[in-house]
Every structure is written in C-alpha cells, then in structure tokens.
Design a protein around this ligand. Structure first.
Ligand SMILES: Nc1nc2c(c(=O)[nH]1)N[C@@H](CN(C=O)c1ccc(C(=O)N[C@@H](CCC(=O)O)C(=O)O)cc1)CN2
Ligand SMILES: NCC(=O)N[C@@H]1O[C@H](COP(=O)([O-])[O-])[C@@H](O)[C@H]1O
Length: 216
C-alpha cells in the first residue's frame, strides 16, 4: 500500500504528536506525518516535529484578531471565518507537503467551523480528534479537570479518552477508539491526568490506524 500522508494539527506540548511520530518511525503506523500545523507559535510540538524533520506551519487566530476590539463581535466573527478559510486553503492548496489523506487533531484547541470542514468533506479528507473524556461526557475544553471533579464528587465512576471523527458539533462525532479508567477516590488531579495521558498516547495511534484503514 502506498504510504499515506497525515497532517497533524496541534496547539501545545505535542506529546500525542510524539506518539504518532514514534509509531510512524517504528513502522506501527503505516503512514508518513507529512506536515504539522500549530495554532500557537510557542507550541513545543513544533520542536518535536522539527526534531523529526517534519515540515511545520503556524496559523494563529490572534493574528486575525489583531486591532479588533473584543466588543466588535461582527468584526471578530468575520476574522474567525477568514482564519478558518485561510487554514483550509493552506492545506488544500499546498504543493510542498502533499495532499493529506487524513487530518489528526492532536490537542488542537480551536473549534473548526463549517468554512473549514465543508471543503475537506468535498475533498474526501477525513478529520479525527483526540478528546480526553468518554463519548457524550465533558465535551469541550478542560475535560480532564471536569471529569476529575465529577469523579471525586461521586458523579461518575469512570473516565478516559476517545478518538472520534470530527463533525461540526464539538466532540460529538462517531467514536473510533474509546479507552477507560476507573475513578479512584482520593486520587490527585495530577495522577488522574497522567493516567489519561498514558491512555491517549495509545489511543491516538490506534485511532489513526483505524481511520487509515477506513480510507477508500
Ligand atoms: N467542529 C469541531 N471542531 C473541533 C472539534 C470537533 O469535534 N468539532 N474537536 C476539537 C478539540 N476539542 C476537544 O477535543 C476542543 C478544543 C477547543 C474547544 C474550544 O471551546 N475552543 C475555544 C477556545 C477555547 C480557549 O482557548 O479558551 C474556541 O475555539 O473558541 C472545544 C473543543 C477541535 N475542534
Ligand atoms: N478538547 C481537546 C483537548 O482537550 N485535547 C487534549 O489536549 C491535550 C494535548 O496534549 P499534547 O499537546 O501533549 O498532545 C491532550 O490531553 C488532549 O486530550
């Protein structure tokens, strides 16, 4: 099978990107990470990509909001629309890194709009996302902290992470991989978070392999 190209979107540390890089290098992941795009210029994941000789790009929303007052909702909405349009055009019109067969959100911390999703659906490029909670639970940001609090308060008895298909509704796409941990009363947030991160690093590889297998 010809090597598939994966584009990874990040915003921060990049430990899940590193798991994908390692899996690609050791042959577990039958694909090449052809490009990494970060929503933050200070993301350590950019260094991880460069260390692996993977081309990178930075696409920051703050550059689109520059000089727009927070009170100007219309101008900020227009700027966000342009951010999404420019990002999808950057990806689809790139000649250097090759058209991605799959896009993986590995700690990408921005909601992707229909302006971004629709052209990729038309181009038949699937997108998957890593989320640190179980399907239908704690959608959105700060999921680890929220699930920890719920567990310690007896509202839930398990947590975990999932890899899911990305649709417009945030964290609501079909799950591809779900991994669970049990709540341990009295556990620290750091310990809970570490257990979830360990699961993530396995789930991100499994989920990416599964998404690649679903490609026509
Ligand atoms: N359309 C979709 N976009 C994204 C999805 C998705 O399923 N559908 N998954 C997210 C990843 N994610 C959780 O897994 C997530 C990331 C960020 C947010 C969010 O509310 N971001 C805010 C900014 C938050 C902040 O910086 O304070 C925003 O975009 O305005 C929700 C969910 C990736 N995108
Ligand atoms: N809602 C999205 C979300 O919370 N994603 C989370 O961001 C972290 C990225 O870590 P990394 O940069 O070390 O891969 C991961 O914990 C991932 O689940």
């Amino acid at each position: 099978m010809s090597s598939r190209n994966i584009l990874v979107l990040i915003s921060g540390n990049g430990s899940n990107l590193q798991a994908l890089i390692d899996a690609s290098l050791n042959g577990e992941l039958p694909a090449k990470i052809s490009w990494v795009i970060s929503s933050s210029s200070t993301a350590y994941g950019l260094e991880r990509a460069s260390n692996a000789s993977i081309p990178t790009a930075i696409h920051e929303l703050k550059n689109y909001y520059k000089d727009i007052p927070k009170s100007d909702k219309k101008a900020r909405s227009d700027a966000r629309k342009k951010f999404n349009l420019d990002l999808v055009n950057l990806i689809l019109n790139d000649k250097k890194n090759g058209k991605p067969d799959l896009i993986v959100c590995a700690g990408w911390m921005l909601i992707l709009s229909p302006d971004f999703l629709a052209p990729l659906e038309k181009a038949k490029i699937p997108i998957i996302n890593l989320h640190p909670s179980l399907p239908g639970k704690f959608d959105g940001i700060n999921a680890i902290e929220r699930s920890y609090k719920a567990g310690q308060e007896g509202e839930i008895d398990e947590g975990g992470c999932m890899i899911h298909k990305v649709i417009q509704e945030v964290d609501a796409g079909e799950p591809l991989v779900v991994k669970k941990i049990n709540v341990v009363k009295g556990e620290s947030l750091e310990s809970w978070e570490n257990r979830i991160h360990q699961l993530e690093h396995v789930a991100i590889v499994e989920g990416t392999i599964k998404a690649l297998q679903e490609l026509i």
